[in-house]
Design a protein around this ligand. Sequence first.
Ligand code: SF4
Length: 90
Amino acid sequence: MDQNLLDPKNPSGPVTVRKLKTWVDRDLCIGAATCVAIAPKTFVLDSDAKAVFLDTTVEDTDETIIDAAKGCPVAAIIIEDEQGNRIFPK
Ligand code: SF4
């Protein structure tokens, strides 16, 4: 992978970007890569075909990242606000 990870120690998060805490449930992720298509600056697949966060995540808007979560066929991308309220999936 020639792209840099946002957090190499926690490649699938949780990561906090602006006011959103986001992570990928690696047990759920099936590598469908819908998230990569919707938010290519945020997500890439690692060698296990699990979604991980790129260090360019901040270049995608909150809306784009939320859209990526909504587009995941198995709802493996989880997003909370600063207070720990679940934004997606509800
Ligand atoms: S869309 Fe969902 S299942 Fe597909 S790679 Fe992204 S997190 Fe994994």
